[in-house]
Each structure stands twice: as C-alpha cells, then as structure tokens.
Ligand binder design. Sequence first.
Ligand SMILES: [Ca+2]
Length: 80
Amino acid sequence: MIAAVSGGYVRGLLALALLDHDGDGDLDVFVAQGQMLGKKALSEALYPPQGPLKSRLYRNDLEVQSDGTRTLRFIDVTDA
Ligand SMILES: [Ca+2]
C-alpha cells in the first residue's frame, strides 16, 4: 500500500492505527514501519525509502468549508 501524504510517502506498510492523538475529535494515523516484509533487502523495495525506516504519525487536519465541503489532509508530525 502506498499513501500520498503531506511530507512524503508511506512505503512498505506493516501496520497502522487510527487514534485521536491531539484530542481534536478527528482520527489521526500512526504507521508502524520498522523493517521490510519477508527477507527482501530494503534496496529491493518497490519504492526504496530515502532514509531509514521508522514509524510515523500523521495528524488529521480536516478542513470544513462554510458550504460543508470537506478537505482531508494528513500532516507528518512524527518529529514535531
Ligand atoms: Ca486528531
């Protein structure tokens, strides 16, 4: 699974959790990413990462317009 998000791409997805880490009522996404699945080397990944694998936290910054239109956006807040 590959998901486009602000600040990068999720690669070689192992597991994820939906949680409200900042208590704003919107579900945020935690992606556990520690190693490649199986015995493949990281260099064999379909989309090789540019840095070391690590788990990431994406904050849901849902925008609701006055007309009710919603824009879903996730921001990488792992190192924030
Ligand atoms: Ca939240």
